[in-house]
Design a binder for this molecule. Sequence first.
Ligand code: TXA
Ligand code: MG
Length: 359
Amino acid sequence: MSRRRLHGLHNVAMLLSTELIHAERAGPEVDRAAAMLRTGKLVAFATETVYGLGALASDSKAVQRIFSAKGRPGTDPLIVHGAGLDQLEPVVSGWSPESLALAAEFWPGPLTMVLERTDHVASAVSAGGPSVAVRVPAHPVALELLRSTGSPVAAPSANRFGRISPTSAEHVREELTGLIDAILDSGPTPLGIESTVVDLTGEMPRVLRPGGVTIEDLRAVVGDVDFVDRAATPEQATAASPGQFLRHYAPATPLVLVEGDALCAELAAQLDRRGVDVAVVGLPGDERGAARDLYKVLRKLDSADNRLLLVAARPPTGLGRAVNDRMFRAAHGRVVVDRSESTLGRLENLGRPVEADRP
Ligand code: TXA
Ligand code: MG
């Protein structure tokens, strides 16, 4: 497939040559990638959650290139990464006692805090708003890259906008080759699901996106936190965080979130009998394994010849909440809780090939 087809781009004047750099630990490769960042280049790198697409947070032009490479709207702000709280100090105007307690407990780690910002960060990073999202990733290569760069790095997940987040360098290569300067390959990302985003600019901490740090973990440190579990209560869906659109994390094959494993298996069997090319998204039974494998499995099934994907919801506690949240979005909010004839009919329609596709 040509790159143009691959990216679905029509107006790209020039494709870059994207360098693939292997680095499992600190060393000259990481320093070279850091030097690229310092000169305004775009470098994708592994964190403990997913791969990020980095640019110097203070460099407006480089930050602008992140939005172009991803095809991401400028209204969706970016997370600023630092090697430690001290490196993030210049971009945050004040640390509340709660933010310090959370940083002490969870950094380095999969927690992103939204705080008031200073002018030391390109305003495009914050989508022109008064806050900035900050985090210290728990990955040896990411930390070394940030240390070596010497200043904060803005990095969204390294996928094209609206697609599944990358958990390997290969995923990044598939989507961003020709659009970014380098990919630092450090193998698969251990956690596999994005950080928890918590907004600390209001009265009470508010979780904008559940992720690697669980709601239970947060409550143990700061007491009550505000969280609407949209995967459990879809009718309450809100657009609290500018990036929380349902079209996020979506595979191209229609996906439906099903309440429980037993129902999922039964629906798949019935649809199969009706001639629907259906596949069940098979994930490890434990929460950690499910989080680690979710995006990889979705990508794989999406590129196979399936017409419909079914995935069973997890128990809504701990990391299961974050997994459900991503599956709910990938399903565009489609949730099935019964095996009625009307449900089966709906699923059958969803998985039916469109007329033009037929041989
Ligand atoms: O694990 C992660 O968080 C990964 C790795 C690379 O660090 N990054 C990531 O970035 O997932 P991204 O851009 O895909 O998601 C960041 C989320 C978006 O939902 C965005 O809207 C929200 O954080 N966000 C960023 N800045 C914000 C701000 N100032 N206020 C509210 N939400 C913000
Ligand atoms: Mg993302």
